[in-house]
Design a protein around this ligand. Structure first.
Ligand code: NFS
Length: 670
C-alpha cells in the first residue's frame, strides 16, 4: 500500500513553515521535508551496522555473530563509526574556534579592519585563567598573548589543554586518572581518524575512550575558545529584545539572510548595513533599507548580541528562500544545505558563499578576509541590493514572535546577585529548597525525520510544569523562540509554582537562551560555577541536571553530547540511535549502546541515551533529577509546596472583589 502523504502540519508545528510548505507544493518545489519523506531510512546504516572504512567492504553486519571481511565485529564497527562522528563534530566546532583565535591575533596586531576589543573584562578573565599576565598591561598586549596561547592549543602535541583548568578540580582529577585529558585539539582529532582506519584500534571500549578525549578537546578546548573570543571581540551577550520567524522578512526592504556559524562576517555585515553608504545605496534601488535576518547558529550569534532577528532554525533555510523576498542568502560554514542553490534558481535569490572552506556549485563566491572585513561586507550587501529589482511574487508569512535572548553565564551570575553580589547562590538555594527541581539544557538541531520543533517545545513545556529551569542553545532555542517561550510572561503561565516564584523574583524568563551551539560551553561554565558556589556536591555529576538534544541530526551534536557526558551530565538524544545495532543480537561483550550509558556512567557519572518517545524522555529526565536530589540529601520536590506568595498570590488577590480582597489580607472583620 502506498504511504500516505504527510500534511504540512505533520511536517512542522510552526505555522510559518506550514504556509511555506503549501507554497512549495503549489510551485512543485521539493524541500528537506519532502525529500526526507521520499528517502527511506537505511536501517542498516542508521543503526551503525555498516562499515565502509576500506575497499574490502562495505560490510553490512545484519546477523548476530557475523563479522566484516577483516573480521571486525559489530561492536568495533559501531564504536569506530561513533568515534568518527564525534571527531567530525569536534573538528567543525574547533576549526571555528581556530578562526576566532586568528581573528583575536589580527585585532591585537591592528590588522583587522573594523574590529576592536569590546569586552576588556572578559579578555582579562580569559587571560588570567590561561596564565597570561594582566596587571599593568594594555588590552592589546593581553589580547596578543592570549591569541598566541589559544592558537597554540590547536597544534599542541603534549601536556594538557589549558581551558580544562576551568572545570571543577575533582573533574580534572578524574579525567587525569582515566587518561582522557586532551593534549591538543588537532592531535585528538587526527588520532581519532588514525585509530579508526582499517587495521588499527579494534577494542570498542578503547575506541570509545578516545571519543571522550576528542570531544573534551572540543567542549573544553575549541568551542570554549570560540565563545571566549566572540565575547571579547563582539561583546558578552546580555538580554536584548529580539524577534523570530519568517515574519521578520520585510516586503519593502532588501532582505539579506545570514546563515551558518561563525560570527566574524555576520557581525561586520550588521555594521555595514547601518552605514549611510549602504542605506543610501538601498534607497537608490527603490528599497526602504536593508533588513538582516539570521538562520541557524549565525542567527543566535547576531540575535543575542545585536538584536538582529532570527528568520528561523535549520529547517527554515529553504523556507526563507521560498518567500521570494530574499535578495541574498549569505553563508559561511556548517549546516548549509546543498539544495539551496537549486531552490534559489526558482526565485531571484543569490546564494553567496564566503568561506575559503565551503563552496557550493552554482553559488556566487565572495571570499571573506577579516583584514578587509568592512569592504567585503559592503560589497556583499551591494550585490544583494542590486538584486532587489529582480524580485518576483512575494509571500511572507505574517508569523513573528518576540523574545529575550542573551543569557550568557556572566549575565546569569549578575542577574542573580547584582553588580556587588554577583553569585549563583540564589540559584543553588532555589534548587536546594525545591522551588527549582533541577535544570535541563535543551539543545541541538532540527531533523526533518521528526515534526519540526515539536519535540523541542514539548519537552520544554513539560519541564517547566515540573519546576525545571530550562536553558537552551542552537536551533532548539530558536524553536522555543518561535513558539513564544522565550519571553518572560509568555513562559511563566506554563511554569510550576516554585519555578514561577523564582522567575518573578529575579525577573527572568523560565527558558534562558544562552546562544549558539559552540556556546554550550557556557552551560559547562554555569555547571562549574554551581559546583563552586557550594551546596550541590563537589562535581558536575552531582547536580540535578540533564541535557537533551531531542531533534538532533549533526555530528556536532554527538560531540557535544559526548563532552557533556564526560563532564558528568546525563544526556538524552531523541530520534533514532546511530548505535542501535542488530535487533536479534544476543551475544557480544561490549555492546556499544549500553557501554555509552552504563559504562560511561560508572566512569564519568554521566551517560548518553537515545530515547525516541518524548514522554519517556520527560520521565527519564525527572527520574534522574530526583535521583540526584536524593543523593544530595535535598528535600523531595513537591508540586504544591510553593507558590502561595509573590506575584501569583498578588494576581489572585487582584482578581477578587474589594471586600473579599480585604478579608483575604486582614481576615474577617466580624
Ligand atoms: Ni548546532 Fe548550529 Fe542548528 Fe544543529 Fe546546525 S545550526 S551548531 S548543528 S542544525 S543546532
Amino acid at each position: 500500500m502506498a504511504k500516505e502523504k504527510k500534511s504540512p502540519g505533520q511536517f512542522s508545528i510552526d505555522p510559518a513553515a506550514q504556509q511555506m510548505l503549501i507554497r512549495a507544493e503549489s510551485l512543485g518545489i521539493g524541500t528537506a521535508f519532502t525529500r526526507a519523506e521520499a528517502m527511506p531510512a537505511c536501517n542498516i546504516g542508521s543503526a551503525g551496522m555498516c562499515c565502509k572504512m576500506c575497499g574490502m567492504g562495505p560490510c553490512r553486519l545484519t546477523k548476530d555473530g557475523s563479522v566484516g571481511v577483516c573480521g571486525a565485529t559489530i561492536d568495533t564497527i559501531q564504536a569506530r563509526n561513533f568515534v568518527r562522528m564525534v571527531a567530525a563534530g569536534s573538528a567543525a566546532h574547533s576549526d571555528h574556534g581556530r578562526d576566532m583565535a586568528f581573528l583575536l591575533k589580527a585585532v591585537a596586531e591592528g590588522e583587522a579592519e573594523g574590529y576592536s576589543i569590546r569586552d576588556v573584562a572578559k579578555l582579562r578573565m580569559a587571560a588570567a585563567k590561561s596564565g597570561v599576565p594582566i596587571e599593568k598591561r594594555s588590552p592589546t598586549e593581553i589580547a596578543n598573548d592570549l591569541a598566541d596561547v589559544y592558537i597554540a592549543q590547536f597544534g599542541q602535541q603534549r601536556g594538557e589543554l589549558i581551558p580544562i583548568r576551568r572545570a571543577p578540580e575533582k573533574r580534572q582529577k578524574l579525567w587525569r586518572e582515566k587518561g582522557v585529558v586532551p593534549r591538543g585539539v588537532d592531535r585528538e582529532t587526527v588520532e581519532a581518524l588514525h585509530r579508526t582506519h582499517i587495521g588499527d584500534d579494534q577494542d570498542p571500549v578503547h575506541l570509545l575512550q578516545h571519543a571522550v578525549r576528542t570531544a573534551l578537546a572540543d567542549g573544553w578546548g575549541g568551542s570554549m575558545i570560540a565563545t571566549d573570543v566572540a565575547d571579547i571581540v563582539f561583546g558578552t551577550p546580555a538580554p536584548v529584545v529580539g524577534q523570530a520567524n519568517l515574519g521578520t522578512l520585510k516586503a519593502d526592504m532588501v532582505n539579506v539572510v545570514i546563515h551558518g556559524h561563525e560570527p566574524i562576517l555576520s557581525e561586520m555585515i550588521v555594521a555595514a548595513s547601518q552605514t549611510p553608504e549602504i542605506i543610501e545605496y538601498a534607497k537608490a534601488a527603490g528599497a526602504n533599507g536593508v533588513n538582516l535576518a539570521g538562520i541557524c547558529c549565525t542567527a543566535n550569534e547576531i540575535l543575542m548580541r545585536q538584536g538582529v532577528p532570527a528568520a528561523g532554525n535549520f529547517l527554515h533555510q529553504e523556507l526563507a528562500i521560498l518567500t521570494g523576498a530574499v535578495e541574498a542568502m549569505v553563508v559561511d560554514v556548517q549546516c548549509i544545505m546543498q539544495a539551496l542553490v537549486g531552490l534559489a534558481e526558482n526565485f531571484h535569490t543569490k546564494v553567496i558563499t564566503t568561506s575559503a572552506k565551503v563552496k557550493l556549485k552554482g553559488a556566487t563566491h565572495m571570499e571573506f578576509d577579516e583584514h578587509h572585513a568592512m569592504t567585503i561586507a559592503k560589497d556583499i550587501l551591494k550585490v544583494a541590493i542590486d538584486n532587489f529589482k529582480n524580485r518576483g511574487t512575494v509571500e511572507i508569512p505574517q508569523v513573528v514572535e518576540d523574545l529575550v535572548p542573551g543569557f550568557s553565564h556572566e549575565y546569569i551570575n549578575y542577574m542573580l546577585g547584582g553588580s556587588y553580589r554577583a553569585s549563583f547562590r540564589p540559584l543553588n538555594d532555589a534548587i536546594m529548597s525545591g522551588r527549582i527541581r533541577g535544570v535541563a539544557a535543551i539543545v541541538g538541531c532540527n531533523n526533518p525525520r521528526s515534526q519540526q520543533d515539536y519535540l523541542h517545545t514539548h519537552v520544554t513545556r513539560e519541564r517547566l510544569k515540573q519546576d525545571v529551569l530550562v536553558v537552551e542553545t542552537g536551533c532548539g532555542a530558536i524553536a522555543s523562540a518561535k513558539l513564544g517561550l522565550l519571553l518572560g510572561e509568555a513562559g511563566l503561565d506554563q511554569c510550576g509554582a516554585g519555578l514561577r516564584e523564582i522567575c518573578e523574583t529575579v525577573g527572568i524568563p523560565p527558558v534562558l537562551h544562552m546562544g549558539s551551539c559552540v556556546d554550550n560551553t557556557r552551560i559547562l561554565t554555569v555547571l562549574t560555577q554551581m559546583v563552586e558556589e557550594g551546596g550541590l556536591g563537589d562535581d558536575i555529576d552531582q547536580i540535578p541536571a540533564v541535557g537533551l538534544a531531542p531533534e538532533w541530526m549533526s555530528e556536532k551534536a554527538l560531540a557535544i553530547g559526548t563532552y557533556c557526558v564526560a563532564s558528568g551530565a546525563y544526556v538524552i538524544f531523541g530520534g533514532s540511535s546511530p548505535l542501535e545495532g542488530m535487533p536479534d543480537k544476543v551475544s557480544g561483550s561490549a555492546d556499544v549502546l549500553s557501554y555509552i550509558s552504563e559504562g560511561w556512567e560508572a566512569l564519568y557519572g554521566g551517560k548518553l541515551e537515545f530515547i525516541e518517545d518524548p514522554d519517556k524522555m520527560v520521565v527519564a529526565t525527572l527520574e534522574h533529577i530526583d535521583k540526584k536530589r536524593a543523593a544530595l540529601g535535598l528535600p523531595e520536590w513537591k508540586a504544591d509546596k510553593f507558590g502561595r506568595s509573590g506575584d501569583k498570590r498578588m494576581n489572585e488577590l487582584e482578581a477578587l472583589p474589594l471586600e473579599a480582597k480585604f478579608e483575604a489580607v486582614y481576615g474577617s472583620v466580624n
